[in-house]
Design a protein around this ligand. Structure first.
Ligand code: CP
Ligand code: NVA
Length: 302
């Protein structure tokens, strides 16, 4: 049994296979309508979601399976009964647990005590299925991962960590431009860097925007992640130099601009860039669906 908890679980070949299968499913979804016939998954979310929840539910439906959404936004997980007992109950009825949680340790506990695959649908540390859909989108627009240079601008967060992990595994060069003290998780960065060395690519973190030259991809995410109660206006001063706008697009020579969404227009990205001809943000959003179909069919035994 395999889980997707961090993104470190899969090899380069497996990442490529997940992305290629997602592309085939995108081209011909009807061919896969019985792939998981009669199966089911619990979709347990402690935080809000538009894209991830919707695409997991539709992915299950398109594969012939059923998704049961469990709204855990009022903080129920581990309160009414323990996390292990949640996992043990749900493992008797379902074939997979998809979890969006505050703490990565919650997913690890579900995986350790349940008996079905667990998929991370975003935690404090990772958003691995997002990164898979992002690199699928990069491949669609740039043709391959060879010599691709991706620049991430803004807050070093769960999305940044997963872009580093998946980038290292797929051989993509990733540089994070983040204000001092707001970079990605250092342990995840170091572990991903070891993989990058073996795969002939490099990972970097810097606060120096004068180095933003000759990149293929520009990527950003919110400056305030879910669970952080700092008002968006309050962080403006720290992050505004890292905003993706016409100047940063021009300076970087980027061919495509990405954002995992939801976007805070006028903060991490300007309207003209988000709606401009280099923006592929809605391709990314669409690809969440195809990647989830591919992932679910890989992890759930037919
Ligand atoms: N990108 C993403 O995960 O979006 P949601 O929070 O809407 O699921
Ligand atoms: N970093 C953001 C990603 C949202 C999809 C958050 O955790 O809120």
């Amino acid at each position: 049994m395999r889980h997707l908890l961090t993104g470190f679980e899969f090899s380069k070949e497996e990442y490529e296979d997940i992305i290629d299968t997602a592309s085939k499913m995108k081209a011909n979804p009807a061919l896969y309508s019985d792939t998981l016939k009669g199966k089911s998954a619990a979709i347990m979310f402690e935080k809000p979601s538009l894209r991830t929840r919707t695409t997991f539910e539709i992915a299950l439906f398109r594969l012939g399976a059923h998704g049961v959404y469990l709204d855990l936004q009022s903080g129920d997980l581990g309160k009414r009964e323990s996390i292990p007992d949640y996992a043990r109950n749900l493992s008797r009825w379902t074939d997979c647990l998809v979890g969006r949680v505050f703490a990565q340790s919650t997913l690890e506990e579900l995986a350790a005590t349940g008996s079905v695959p667990v998929i991370n649908a975003l935690s404090d540390l990772y958003h691995p299925a997002q990164a898979m859909a992002d690199y699928m989108t990069v491949k669609e627009h740039l043709g391959s991962f060879e010599n691709v240079k991706l620049a991430y601008l803004g807050d070093g967060n769960n999305v940044t960590n997963s872009l580093l992990v998946a980038g290292a595994i797929l051989g993509v060069n990733v540089t994070c431009f983040c204000p001092l003290g707001h970079g990605p998780d250092i342990q995840i960065f170091n572990k991903a860097s070891e993989i990058a060395r073996k795969h002939g690519c490099t990972l970097n973190v810097t606060d120096d925007l004068s180095l933003l030259k000759n990149y293929d991809v520009l990527y950003t995410d919110t400056w305030v992640s879910m669970g952080d109660n700092t008002p968006l206006d309050a962080v403006k001063k720290i992050y505004m130099p890292y905003q993706i706008n016409a100047q940063t697009v021009e300076a970087s020579s980027a061919k495509i601009v990405m954002h995992c969404l939801p976007a805070h227009r006028g903060f991490e990205i300007t309207d003209d860039v988000m709606d401009g001809d280099k923006s592929v943000v809605f391709d990314e959003a669409e690809n969440r669906l195809h990647i989830h179909m591919s992932l679910l069919s890989k992890l759930i035994k037919a």
